[in-house]
Design a protein around this ligand. Structure first.
Ligand SMILES: C[S@@+](CC[C@H](N)C(=O)[O-])C[C@H]1O[C@@H](n2cnc3c(N)ncnc32)[C@H](O)[C@@H]1O
Length: 342
């Protein structure tokens, strides 16, 4: 079983993830509303859990928004505990430096920061301790690739392979909900914003991923890459039906489910239509998010050179030359409320 690698560290994910933030912003109004009504523990503490934080820059704005609302609804000195969670190999040093030093930080009086380096597919926070949960652009990562796939992206697989990956996606989603069901206080909300798929299962990244695969094949052909050295990315973009499948659920009600066509936020940020800049930005966004997983089996000493040739040179050039390659992302935005009974 191949477990996902985390995003590129050393500040690289922070630097190349403005598209993810613009996606997450779609859920801020729901986050604010949930924060205003977030239940404290019996001793008056409010814990905000951020599931899948990476290096933290994209967590600052949502946590700031939630804290603002909590401050409006509760006495000013109410202690607020922000807990960022990610996989153990995540660059938590960058996260803590970001929270400490970034001008957009949420840090302030009576706000405390902590972190957990464990998979969110496990129970990782004390029972009934979380007043508000947030997870942005993280739940498309599977706990592990359940088996091989003919290619690098989940849509490359045969029907049988896709069925197996889809079952894993269903099991993971169920495990995520069960774990959060233990952690959230009754009445607490969990806001999830995540990449999703259309009814046929496509995420909207397929043209970029097909280009990447073709380039990898070209590199293998030219002897620049051993044929089977790329590791399929253990991600699955669920359809609306897959997201909604566990409901009704014993721990949560699904109070809001919205599918949003996000389109291509990188193209939107590149309003003057500079194709070369667009190509660089797309290649970097793919490199920092998926590069570590894709290159996990490449010997460490060769990795930087392969990464540079694959993404910085070849993928950038290919996207620059072909105006048909780009994103058409979709999002699922959900609000779940922890039921009182369980
Ligand atoms: C694309 S980043 C999103 C970061 C940030 N929330 C944002 O909105 O930009 C996805 C994050 O989810 C994390 N992740 C993937 N699988 C995970 C798991 N099983 N448990 C915890 N975090 C996980 C990755 O390591 C990565 O940091």
């Amino acid at each position: 079983m191949m477990h996902p690698e985390t995003m590129s560290g050393g500040g690289q994910y922070n630097e190349h993830s403005t598209a993810q933030l613009s996606a997450a912003e779609r859920a801020f109004p729901l986050l604010r509303q949930a924060a205003a009504e977030a239940p404290p523990t019996s001793d008056g503490l409010l814990t905000l859990a951020d599931y899948g934080c990476s290096e933290g820059r994209n967590s600052l704005a949502p946590m700031r928004a939630a804290i603002e609302e909590i401050r409006r609804a509760h006495p000013v000195e109410t202690p607020i505990n922000v807990v960022h969670t990610d996989l153990p190999q995540n660059d938590f040093s960058s996260l803590f430096a970001t929270v400490a030093d970034d001008p957009g930080t949420y840090a302030g009086p009576d706000v405390f920061t902590g972190a957990v380096g464990q998979s969110f597919y496990q129970h990782i926070l004390p029972p009934r301790s979380v007043s508000l949960g947030w997870s942005s652009i993280a739940l498309h990562w599977l706990s592990a690739a359940p088996g091989p796939i003919d290619g690098i992206w989940y849509t490359d697989g045969t029907q049988a392979q896709r069925d197996q990956w889809s079952r894993q996606a269903g099991d993971d989603w169920a495990r995520f909900l069960d774990a959060r069901g233990l952690e959230l206080l009754p009445g607490a909300r969990l806001i999830i914003v995540v990449g999703s798929a259309d009814a046929s299962g496509n995420s909207g990244a397929e043209s970029v991923m097909t280009t990447l695969r073709r380039i990898a094949d070209d590199m293998a052909e030219a002897g620049r890459l051993p044929k089977t050295s790329l590791t399929p990315i253990p991600a699955w973009y669920r359809t609306a039906a897959e997201w909604q499948a566990p409901f009704p659920h014993s721990d949560f009600t699904l109070d809001h489910f919205d599918e949003v066509v996000l389109g291509d936020p990188i193209a939107e940020q590149n309003a003057d239509g500079d194709r070369a800049q667009y190509a660089r930005d797309v290649a970097e966004a793919i490199r920092v998010s998926f590069g570590p997983s894709l290159l996990a089996a490449i010997p460490r000493e060769d990795r930087a050179a392969v990464e540079h040739e694959l993404f910085t040179e070849r993928l950038t050039a290919a996207i620059g030359e072909d105006a048909a390659v780009g994103f058409d992302w979709k999002l699922a935005i959900m609000v779940l409320t922890k039921t009182a009974a369980a």
